[in-house]
Design a protein around this ligand. Structure first.
Ligand code: 13P
Length: 250
């Protein structure tokens, strides 16, 4: 049995004060996690302070993006070593908002994943199709390209450090969740693809999260699917009670 991994992507929400409050509430109300894992990904400006709040708790810290560069004249960018220095263990890479709004392409995402791994950060690697792609019947083709390109030159040993997050773009922030069957179908396809690209044991161990309008009332059913090993939560992680209820469904 794979453990479940629940991650909260705060996106561009919560200034320093609000971040400390949310992290503190979460820590206070944290349910028993058992083997399961919990990650929160606040904005860059809150990472260090949130780390102070959660450091003696089972909650792990992640960032939402990272530069592929080590250091230098890259105004506005944040490096892997900077993230590690404020307590990050994880980093979300390839999120659809980075792909669509900031035009991040597969090759850049691959470079970022490789950089994160080489610096000891664990990537939460996001993929997913748009509504147009789903309606055009090319969902599998799109996620296959994203996986093949995103994981280029990544060894099986390093794959074990990656969390894959399937987030259909049409389900993000729209309230339109993929049905558990729709999500399971893609997750199964992804696991079979990973078995082909690497090996059956590697694919079997891989954590594949679902993301896109995960809420307390749909989390249980999604998380009970055979190949859904966790959730990457946006809107519903911004209130500790709804996030706690999602964590409890895992
Ligand atoms: P929502 O849960 O708000 O749909 O966001 C999902 C997401 O993009 C998490 O990374």
């Amino acid at each position: 049995m794979r453990r479940k991994v629940i991650a909260g992507n705060w996106k561009m929400n919560n200034d320093l004060g609000a971040s400390i409050s949310l992290a503190s509430e979460l820590k206070t109300n944290l349910p028993e996690l058992g083997e399961n894992q919990l990650i929160i990904c606040p904005p860059f400006t809150s990472l260090e302070s949130v780390n102070e709040v959660i450091k003696d708790s089972p909650i792990a810290l992640g960032a939402q993006n990272m530069s592929k560069q080590d250091s230098g004249a890259y105004t506005g960018e944040v490096s892997a070593s900077m993230l590690k220095s404020v307590g990050c263990e994880y980093v979300i890479l390839g999120h659809s908002e980075r792909r669509t709004i900031f035009n991040e392409q597969d090759a850049l995402i691959n470079a970022k994943i490789r950089k994160a791994l080489s610096e000891g950060l664990k990537p939460i690697f996001c993929i997913g199709e748009t509504l147009e792609e789903r309606e055009g019947g090319i969902t599998n083709q799109v996620v296959k390209r994203q996986v093949v390109e995103g994981l280029k030159d990544i060894t099986e040993e390093n794959l074990a450090l990656i969390i894959l997050a399937y987030e259909p773009v049409w389900a993000i922030g729209t309230g339109k969740t993929a049905t558990p069957e729709q999500a399971q179908e893609v997750h199964k396809f992804l696991r079979e693809l990973l078995a082909e690209l690497y090996s059956a044991p590697a694919a079997d161990k891989l954590i594949i999260q679902y993301g896109g309008s995960v809420k307390p009332d749909n989390a249980g059913e999604l998380l009970s699917q055979a190949d859904i090993d966790g959730a990457l939560v946006g809107g519903a992680c911004l209130k500790s009670d709804s996030f706690v209820n999602i964590i409890k469904s895992a």
